[in-house]
Unconditional design. Sequence first.
Length: 138
Amino acid sequence: MKIYQTSIKFKPYPRGFHIITNKITTLLSNYDISIGTINLFIKHTSASLTINENVDPSVREDMENFFSEIADAKSYYIHTYEGADDMPAHIKSSLLGQSLTIPITEGRLNLGTWQGIYLGEHRDRAGSREIIVTIQGE
C-alpha cells in the first residue's frame, strides 16, 4: 500500500461554487496509484467541498441561491466579527462538509459521468484556500 500526502493552494475565488475536478485529476496523474482512494480535506471553516453536476453552470448558481436563502442575513446571528457573511459561511461549511473520499480505479477518479468536485466559497471576499490531499492505494 502506498500513501501520499500533499496540499493544493487555490487562489481566492468569488463567492459561489467552483469546479476543481481538473486540478485534482492533474494532481492524481503525478502518482502511481492504480486502485485506491483519494481524500480531500479543506482547511477552512467558511468554505466546503461537495460533489455535484459538472456540466450545467446553472446548478452551481442554484446551489448558491439555495444555501444563501437558508443561511444568510439572520437577525439572531451573534458571530459577525468578520462581517455579515461570517456566520452564514460557517453554517454552509458545516452543512456541506470539509472532506470528500473518492475511489480511484485504473489510476483515475471513479466519478459518475456528470459528477464534478466543487469548492464552495461562502465568503464575499475570501482569501486563498488550501486542500490537503491524501492518496492511498496500489
